[in-house]
Design a protein. Structure first.
Length: 159
């Protein structure tokens, strides 16, 4: 298993909203670095779907998880709690996350931070299988085909 950490930094708007797009979905965990000025309750949402810089909760099988943090007046790293996934189908209601992950993972691309008014750093700790990234290659003169290849390669490495 390979682990990759991707970090994005931004600042919340005047209405206490920050939105982050990692570009692609991945099985991952999330850490946030917040610089609290008061004991505020901050809401964090992870999701696979968003529109207009806002996470959208739809019915279906897309990831949509919410966690709330009571932040302290200091710069601190918080870990987003991903609940144990209980499958609604299949013969086994719960498949254990490998111990080396250090906790549950969820697939997500977008992060939304609400009720916070300062600088935000989000770290997505991504997990990939051990297949070498250069095991296969594809290149064409068609940009759409190249995008399909990139999507397929990312999906295979992520699962």
């Amino acid at each position: 298993m390979r682990k990759k950490i991707v970090e994005l930094t931004g600042s919340a708007s005047s209405v206490g909203h920050a939105f982050f797009d990692f570009g692609k979905a991945a099985y991952a965990q999330l850490e946030l670095e917040l610089d609290g000025r008061a004991q505020d309750l901050v809401q964090v949402v992870i999701s696979e779907y968003a529109e207009n810089n806002k996470v959208i909760h739809t019915t279906g099988w897309r990831t949509f998880k919410i966690d709330n943090f009571r932040i302290t007046p200091e710069k601190k790293t918080y870990r987003f709690t991903i609940p144990v996934h209980r499958s609604a189908y299949g013969t086994f209601p719960h498949v254990e996350t490998p111990a080396e992950f250090g906790g549950e993972v969820a697939i997500f691309r977008y992060v939304e931070v609400n009720h916070y008014y300062g600088p935000v750093t989000v770290r997505r700790i991504e997990f990939y299988n051990d297949a070498p990234e250069d095991a296969a290659a594809f290149e064409s003169s068609n940009a759409k085909l190249d995008q399909v290849w990139d999507f397929c390669k990312h999906s295979i490495l992520a699962t």
